[in-house]
Write a protein that binds this ligand. Structure first.
Ligand code: ATP
Ligand code: MG
Length: 391
């Protein structure tokens, strides 16, 4: 008896001609992510991918934990692969699912037969296996509509697979299938969630963090690493660029009116991030902004930010309430890290009375008082690289 993981790739199945490419990408991602657990072999048949450990001692519990966070998977289940002899199938179903069946009071059998040479048709498999299990577990009754447990028997080319409950996958599209984008990450609650959401749509993340030592501490940067490590459990490894931002912020403080300080700062961040994108072949920016959350996130302020951007800015949280964002941050376990109290470069220079309706003209005039371009270029060049692994 050999235990495997059966993976159903959700939306992928809809992709027609691209399907193979998407499937290959998903398999490559899973291979990479499962590497710390062991070597896995993958086979594909009829929108199901079978993952099988090559080494006997691979920890399948950990593998399942990892698979549950890989995007592009609608559902998966642990299963056993057995030879396609009907008696063997029955005996193994009884043994493999014994605990689940003992704990249930109703069940049904579902069968799929992709190997049409198998002597029994699907309804016959269901009937025979149902009768067999009723006999072995007399406390059970059959409920075809709402059973406590479904016994699945899938007859495929090489083996018959038997499994109980299906587990919901992380959904979305395989990471990398939608290209690469740069997440602007602060230490707050929103930006890690924004990164998670875009990674879910198949985007490979790089990250850009602006640090302003000595106003911001080493611990604040460590917090960003921890947040990204958590996001990387879903998105795969993330290349982080930490940009020295102190001098730029000081110049903004010296030369621009305080009421638009945050908007100017955000525009400077965008300019540096775009430089990094060009270098790293990333095609969009991602932020954790949400309309009305703070003064820099009113519609006029967002318009000012966008005016400086030459590539799309994705803001997946734009229409969400804070509670909704928090709910996701708890789910992906970034919340407890985000609420640690270390300072961010934004909070250090927050104006007392920010302008909620800045105009592009007003902002551009303010910025023209100082030649920021060389500083910004230098900051992009001086950015420190850190690879955030997903282990
Ligand atoms: P977050 O939005 O991440 O919870 P926050 O609410 O403190 O943090 P805002 O002031 O709302 O941050 O900033 C809006 C967005 O700007 C953030 O979601 C993030 O994408 C980006 N940003 C803010 N500060 C930084 C920073 N220090 N480095 C990189 N990006 C930042
Ligand atoms: Mg925010």
């Amino acid at each position: 008896m050999k235990e495997v993981i059966l993976i159903k790739n959700g939306e992928l199945a809809l992709k027609g001609l691209n399907r193979r490419t998407f499937e290959d990408m998903l398999i490559k991602n899973m291979k990479h992510r499962l590497a710390p657990v062991g070597k896995f072999k993958f086979t594909v048949a009829q929108s199901t991918i079978v993952a099988e450990a090559v080494n006997e001692d691979a920890d399948l519990d950990r593998a399942v934990e990892i698979i549950s966070k890989v995007f592009g998977i609608a559902a998966f289940s642990r299963a056993i692969a057995v030879s396609k002899d009907f008696q063997t199938i029955l005996k193994n179903a009884e043994e493999y699912l014994a605990d689940d069946l003992m704990g249930a009071s109703t069940f049904k059998v579902e069968a799929k037969r992709s190997d049409k040479k198998f002597p029994l048709k699907s309804p016959e498999i269901c009937r025979e296996a149902g009768g067999y299990l009723l006999n072995k577990f007399p406390h059970l009754t059959v409920d075809v509509h709402n059973p406590d447990i479904v016994v699945n028997i899938e007859i495929r080319d090489e083996y018959a697979y038997i499994h109980g409950k299906q587990i919901k996958g992380a959904g979305g599209m395989p990471t990398g299938s939608a290209g690469r984008a740069a997440l602007l990450i602060s230490g707050g609650i929103d930006s890690p969630v924004a990164g998670y959401m875009m990674a879910k749509r198949g985007i490979e993340l790089i990250a850009v963090h602006f640090a302003s030592p000595p106003y911001t501490s080493e611990r604040a940067e460590q917090k960003v690493h921890s947040l990204l490590r958590q996001v990387a459990k879903y998105s795969g490894r993330i290349a982080l660029w930490v940009v020295p931002f102190t001098e730029i912020q000081e110049k903004i403080k010296d030369y621009c009116p305080e009421d638009i300080f945050t908007v100017v700062m955000r525009r400077m961040m965008m300019r540096v991030a775009q430089d990094i994108c060009a270098r790293e072949r990333a095609a969009a920016l991602i932020t954790g902004e949400s309309v009305g959350q703070v003064a820099s996130q009113t519609m006029p302020a967002i318009a000012c930010t966008d005016a400086i951007c030459e590539i799309p800015v994705f803001r997946p949280l734009i229409g969400m309430d804070k509670d909704e964002v928090i709910e996701i941050s708890r789910k992906i376990e970034t919340f407890d890290i985000s609420i640690l109290p270390y300072e961010d470069c934004c909070t250090v220079f927050t104006p007392k009375h920010p302008k909620t309706r800045p105009t592009i003209q007003y902002v551009e005039e303010a910025e023209a008082c100082y030649d920021f371009a060389p500083l910004l270029e230098q900051a992009a060049k001086d950015a420190r690289f850190i690879l955030i692994e997903n282990k």
